[in-house]
Write a protein that binds this ligand. Structure first.
Ligand SMILES: Cc1ncc(COP(=O)(O)O)c(C=O)c1O
Length: 480
């Protein structure tokens, strides 16, 4: 495909800049030369250079050609994987999570602690208009409860979109929920009883750990590789040794590392769980936010036995305010439907009506294209800033999509103490200890790069890097 070709050429040039073949101020090969070298058309090279220009990496000078504006050398290594043997633990998540959540909700400033999307995209205006119009015109009020399953037309839109993830389900096999968190809660209510063991990737999204705690379950942390996700070797061991009731993972652009589990891994994971007859709760909330061209397959795409319960929502692609999620529960459809009914009777109809209309328009795919490209650029800029301002021992994950990145700081740095210091300066991030039940990741932090980018944000990242460098140099430190 032509569009693939020009982005490939753009990536090729960007890699050359990153690997030091061209420095800032250097002239790049002429359009004609590059077209000849790469055996592509002049139009393709023009498009590739225009793309790099729009990303602020190069500039065109009239009658002279294209020049490098800034270099993007990336010296950062990927975070390390924990080595402890899987062992079930009561989930005892600290009050810190609630505090970080409240701090984020209280301010609009430099919040890099929440994995929320950029809320300045045109789709937000479109939603406002659609809400107003439908609220005025349609008789959605005065109709009593919606069905427990949710609005059929909305579920049809979700079923259509799932095809891109390799998942073929009928709208009748989808239940709407109050966001993805609620979907996962329903799954755990159906799959487990207090005391049961649930295996989760480590580091894990703290919302999963909170659910495990709330239902009196035990969490078994399975080490996660920053490039391939949950270690299947460690999971095999855990399944062999312990009566694991369910496995939970964010297979596509995990939170906090942004890891994309390779297809082969996804397939193997399903086969492994089939052999052990264990259910998988798949959180696919970031699945449509890839930086590349192709939406990755969901783990559920490999599920033939109905053991994968796919949970997702519109919180990351559009707005968490909607509280509009869903679950594709496979063989647990009846139990999940009943559980939803018991928990909340039905979902509100208005957001479903609004989003049915928006999802059926080309505007939604246009929005996703804009969001993906915006987040890709913001992540690239974050990488540059971390390279520039953090000490060289810092490691950083390399997400291929999603909204967050994970930093491993020098061992000596206490990221929770740093959180309190940064908070006093109006800078918020998510400290690493929130992502484990066994005290790992005290020297790690998660940064969200999705929200409105500004000079102030860049200065905040630089300041964080400066504090980390200071702490890394001091033999024993207190961040106060
Ligand atoms: C991986 C993951 N799952 C679920 C959620 C919560 O989603 P929702 O707002 O749809 O309940 C989040 C929010 O940060 C998340 O990162």
């Amino acid at each position: 495909m032509e569009s693939n070709l020009y982005s490939k050429i753009a990536e090729h040039v960007r890699d050359q800049i990153r690997h030091g073949l061209f420095d800032a101020g250097d002239k790049l090969p002429s359009v004609r030369t590059l077209a000849k070298q790469q055996q592509v058309s002049i139009a393709t090279v023009n498009s590739a250079y225009t793309l790099l220009e729009s990303r602020g990496l190069i500039e065109s000078r009239p009658k002279s050609g294209y020049y490098v504006l800034r270099t993007t050398e990336d010296k950062l290594k990927q975070p390390t994987q924990i080595r402890s043997l899987p062992k079930p633990r009561p989930a005892n998540i600290s009050q810190l999570i609630m505090q970080v959540q409240r701090d984020a909700a209280a301010r609009n400033g430099l919040t890099m602690s929440s994995a929320i999307p950029n809320l300045d995209f045109p789709i937000v205006g479109l939603m406002k208009k659609t809400f107003t119009r439908i609220a005025r015109q349609r008789g959605y009020l005065g109709n009593g409860y919606d069905s427990p399953e949710g609005l059929p037309a909305f579920r049809q839109q979700i079923a259509r979109r799932a095809i891109d993830a390799g998942v073929y389900v009928s709208p009748d096999e989808i239940i709407t929920t109050a966001g993805c968190q609620n979907a996962m809660a329903l799954c755990l209510q159906v799959l487990t009883k207090p005391g049961d063991i649930v295996a989760v990737e480590s580091p894990a999204y703290y919302g999963l750990l909170q659910l495990i705690q709330a239902y009196g379950l035990r969490a078994m942390e399975i080490p996660s590789n920053p490039q391939t996700g949950m270690s299947l070797e460690a999971l095999k061991l855990a399944l062999h040794e312990w009566p694991v009731k369910a496995v939970m993972t964010v297979g596509t652009f995990s939170n906090p590392m942004g890891t994309l589990m390779p297809d082969e891994h996804k397939r193997e994971l399903v086969a492994l769980l089939e052999r052990h007859d264990v259910a998988l709760v798949e959180d696919d909330i970031y699945g449509e936010l890839q930086f590349g061209e192709v939406r990755p397959k969901a783990i559920k795409a490999y599920d033939t036995g109905g053991r994968v319960l796919l949970c997702s929502s519109l919180s990351k692609t559009v707005d968490p305010q909607l509280r509009l999620g869903w679950v594709m529960p496979g063989r647990y459809l009846d139990q999940i439907t009943h559980q939803k009914f018991v928990n909340s009777i039905a979902s509100p109809t208005l957001p479903q009506l609004v989003m049915t209309e928006i999802l059926s328009m080309g505007a939604f795919d246009k929005h996703l294209r804009l969001a993906r490209e915006t987040y890709r650029q913001r992540f690239e800029r974050l990488t540059e800033l971390v390279n520039e301002h953090f000490p060289p021992e810092t490691r950083m994950s390399k997400p291929q999509g999603g909204l967050v990145a994970w930093l491993e700081l020098p061992k000596i740095v206490d990221a929770t103490a740093l959180y309190h210091k940064a908070h006093d300066h109006g800078i918020l991030f998510a400290p690493g200890e929130m992502f484990s039940v066994s005290g790992h990741y005290r020297n790690c932090l998660r940064l969200s790069y999705a929200q409105g980018w500004s000079r102030e944000r860049e200065q905040a990242i630089a300041l964080l890097g400066h504090w980390v460098s200071e702490l890394a140099r001091s033999p024993s430190h207190s961040a106060a």
